[in-house]
Design a protein around this ligand. Structure first.
Ligand code: HEM
Ligand code: HEM
Length: 162
């Protein structure tokens, strides 16, 4: 494998690792507002609650385009492996990949429910139910993120070794 192949194959894992940490931070910050404990709480305890929620809404809208970008890089790497590195079609699919796509669907759902909470708040109607759905889906998303990241590291080790 040449250096350029390494770069193409490692682009997805590197960008995905940054994305994973960002998503964890995004989730733990909004959680800390209610739980009032942990590392995220000590980071935001002196900040205004409304400002943190507004930041959550603004940054949350980037989660879907970001995860789609992460997946595009993986598809690009897989195409490169198939065309230039003689990989079999069956080598291009993995549990990690399928769970990653499920995570993207859940991200789409998070954006949708998040936007609905905002809309209901603006219309001054009750949004407690939607908040509950958004919060639980967020917890599920975090569990899935940990699984995807862990399997991703294993996949990187498997692909890079000769
Ligand atoms: C992948 C992206 C997202 C994740 C992981 C996420 C996660 C969460 C979590 C876990 C909570 C509940 C915190 C608690 O336990 O009380 C929450 C609350 C909330 N989220 Fe998101 N969210 C995301 C995207 C969005 C988006 C795109 C919006 C709006 C455009 C949004 C709007 C809100 C609002 C308004 C609340 C309620 C805050 C409050 O009043 O306490 N979220 N989010
Ligand atoms: C949000 C996180 C992630 C998502 C949504 C995601 C998604 C995907 C998808 C859809 C594929 C293509 C199918 C396949 O080849 O199995 C893939 C491939 C791959 N993933 Fe991930 N992944 C994520 C994180 C990671 C991480 C953290 C690593 C390693 C540190 C990683 C390593 C790999 C590797 C090595 C491949 C094969 C293609 C390549 O060499 O780039 N992934 N991923």
């Amino acid at each position: 494998m040449e250096a350029v192949d390494f770069v193409i194959l490692l682009l997805h894992p590197l960008v995905a690792t940054v994305f994973g940490f960002w998503l964890y931070r995004h989730w733990s910050t909004i959680k800390a507002i209610r739980l009032k404990r942990g590392g995220a709480w000590s980071r935001i305890r002196n900040r205004n609650r409304k400002e943190i929620i507004a930041e959550h809404e603004r940054q949350g809208r980037w989660a879907l385009p970001a995860i789609l970008g992460v997946i595009l890089l993986a598809i690009f790497a897989d195409i490169h492996r198939y065309v230039n590195l003689d990989a079999e079609v069956s080598d291009l699919f993995s549990l990690h990949g399928w769970l990653g796509i499920t995570l993207a669907i859940l991200t789409f759902y998070m954006t949708r429910t998040g936007k609905r909470i905002v809309k209901q708040r603006e219309e001054k109607s009750s949004n407690a139910k939607m908040k509950g759905i958004h919060q639980r889906a967020g917890n599920l998303m975090l569990a899935l993120l940990i699984a995807v990241m862990f399997l991703g590291f294993l996949r990187a080790v498997q692909i890079i070794q000769p």
